[in-house]
Design a protein around this ligand. Structure first.
Ligand SMILES: NC(=O)c1ccc[n+]([C@@H]2O[C@H](COP(=O)([O-])OP(=O)(O)OC[C@H]3O[C@@H](n4cnc5c(N)ncnc54)[C@H](O)[C@@H]3O)[C@@H](O)[C@H]2O)c1
Ligand SMILES: [Zn+2]
Length: 533
């Protein structure tokens, strides 16, 4: 567990007690304490107020950001354990910086009432943003900054709690190490680990008027009882809907079955849906929640590796309709997701390995350490060692959360997630979604994308070799010889990512470095055809 621990950043408005809390947490945990302002002062060689008046706030923020990134990127070289770090109140206001902090650390924001802030600041003095400003300006500033502070693992009110209580909560939040998914106007946590259902689910469904647990027969048979007893203990009336397992049941009839029980149980606007299962169940439950009474809350409890590393982030919900997958749906974010890694042990070998192709893709997009983990601990990965699975899921979710938070509207880097999926989807569709699992198709699609990248001079051949060796070690298909690439190429124009005669294609340059390229559809088809030989 401790190997996964990331630094803790204490963020929040000025004079909310960030440094004092950081010290308490450091003392109680025996972990190092860092004060970001103190590091910045040391670097600039003068008090912050003086630097502000000489060089302005923008210049200060640049230095502050550099110091923060130094802590986030290099803390292992400086400290024996992950540190707790008190930030200046403006350090995470720049959203890209905040998203990077959320990816690499646990972030707690402190808030207090205007009266408390004024009283504390008057006692302490020396606050450049406070000097001489009328109270109303300060109140506006607090209001303006609040949405930024809300994008955090926890937002703690310091008015009503003692430092000791705040310390206890902060340590709990830190050790829990949830991943924050921050999308516009809605922030939620993905909890990853064994025993998280008991630890986290009650809080996620608290305050609901009624609960509807949605699962499929297989998963309900295995874990339904465990979930039902956790939900029953919350005191909220709970009903269960058990659907037929599999993609064939990902349809409007299943949605209707969910609505029917919601109707019978008079589930109102304050009710919540809880999805227990793989991506089929979580996609459908999310869609039912999006549309029931024009939208109620829902919580995902992911039971497959794919549902954890992929479906848990992004808010895509829906069902299949007609020949197309996921053609009816909505974006509807959950209130939280629990990736209960205990459940992974019963997943089928083929499904588990398939999902590993998505993990390899994620690592290739932006996490060299995850790639190293997959390479150096592939036996533990295949044996589903609990700590290895937790670390692998945690890293995958954090990367996807960063990508989605950065590009919610799918106009830029979110397209990176499509690496390996263009030719992969074509092979999957050509095999009528039965010959290959999605993961197997992605594995072949990754190899194909790397080979296309080589032909275009973007992908070094040694990268392809490295990825192929890893996929092979993980038991995934990686030989294109004999694959029906010519036939599959004919399906390429049907890809959602097409724009006119161009295809948005993701090319890999290195582990952690990919690029988007608008390629001629005809060119990609040509390349794809030639890859089989
Ligand atoms: N929303 C998104 O962003 C997103 C992302 C990726 C995939 N998806 C969707 O996810 C679906 C695929 O997900 P999936 O592979 O999890 O499929 P799934 O939900 O059908 O689960 C696969 C099978 O495994 C069984 N199962 C689930 N958990 C188990 C466990 N712990 N032990 C034993 N058996 C278990 C299920 O009953 C089912 O038969 C697709 O429909 C896809 O569209 C959505
Ligand atoms: Zn995929």
């Amino acid at each position: 567990m401790d190997t996964n621990l990331r630094p803790l950043l204490i963020n929040g408005f000025m004079a909310t007690g960030k440094s004092a809390l950081a010290q308490v947490v450091a003392e109680r945990t025996g972990r190092p304490c860092v004060d970001l302002d103190a590091r910045v002062v040391q670097r600039i060689g003068m008090p912050i107020a003086e630097y502000f008046s000489l060089h302005g706030e923008a210049s200060f923020r640049v230095v502050e950001r550099e110091e923060l990134f130094r802590v986030l990127d290099h803390w292992r070289a400086e400290f024996a354990a992950a540190p707790v770090c008190a930030l200046g109140g403006g350090a995470l206001l720049h959203r890209p910086t905040r998203l990077r902090a959320l990816r690499q650390a646990v972030v707690i924001s402190l808030e207090a009432s205007l009266e408390t802030v004024l009283a504390r600041a008057a006692r302490e003095g020396g606050r450049p943003l406070l000097d001489g400003r009328p109270t109303s300006v300060l109140a506006d500033l607090m209001e303006q900054r609040r949405p930024a502070y809300q994008e955090a693992n926890a937002l703690l009110d310091t008015d009503t709690r003692s430092l000791g209580e705040l310390g206890d909560t902060a340590i709990q939040v830190w050790n829990r190490n949830a991943v924050v998914v921050a999308t516009s106007g809605h922030t939620y946590l993905v909890e990853v680990g064994g025993g998280r259902v008991e630890e986290c689910l009650p809080a996620l469904v608290s305050g609901t008027s009624g609960l509807l647990l949605v699962s499929d027969q297989t998963v309900h048979g295995l874990y339904g009882g465990r979930l039902e007893s956790v939900l029953a203990a919350t005191g909220a009336p709970t009903a269960s809907v058990v659907l037929t397992p599999g993609e064939q049941a990902k349809n409007l009839a299943s949605i209707q079955a969910i609505y029917q029980v919601a109707l019978e149980r008079s589930l109102d606007r304050k009710g919540s849906f809880v999805a227990l299962g793989g991506g089929v169940v979580t996609d459908m439950t999310g869609f039912a929640a999006a549309s029931w009474l024009r939208g109620v809350r829902w919580v995902g409890v992911a039971s497959t590796l794919l549902a954890m590393v992929d479906a848990s982030v992004g808010g895509k919900t829906g069902v299949d309709f007609g020949p197309a997958k996921n053609s009816v749906g909505a974006f509807w974010q959950p209130s939280g997701v629990v990736c209960e890694t205990d459940f992974i042990k019963t997943e089928s070998e083929r499904a588990y390995r398939g999902a590993l192709a998505e993990v390899v893709k994620t690592a290739l997009i932006g996490d060299a350490e995850l790639f190293d983990l997959l390479e150096s601990r592939s036996a533990d990965v295949l044996a589903r060692d609990p700590n290895t699975v937790t670390e692998m899921v945690h890293r995958s979710v954090a990367l996807k959360a960063w990508v989605v938070g950065t590009d919610e509207r799918e106009s830029g880097i979110r397209a990176w997630l499509n690496l390996g999926h263009t030719i992969g989807h074509a092979l999957e569709a050509h095999g009528d979604y039965t010959r290959l699992t999605h993961g197997e198709a992605v594995s072949l699609g990754l190899v194909a994308a790397l080979r296309v990248g080589e032909r275009l001079g973007e992908t070094p051949p040694h990268l392809t070799e490295r990825v192929v060796a890893l996929l092979r070690r993980l038991g995934l298909p990686c030989s294109l010889a004999g694959e029906p690439l010519a036939e599959a190429a004919a399906l390429l124009g049907h890809d959602k990512k097409r724009a006119g005669s161009k295809l948005r294609f993701v090319l890999a340059r290195d582990v952690g470095s990919v690029t988007l390229s608008d390629l001629d559809l005809a060119l990609v088809k040509d390349h794809a055809r030639q890859l089989a030989s």
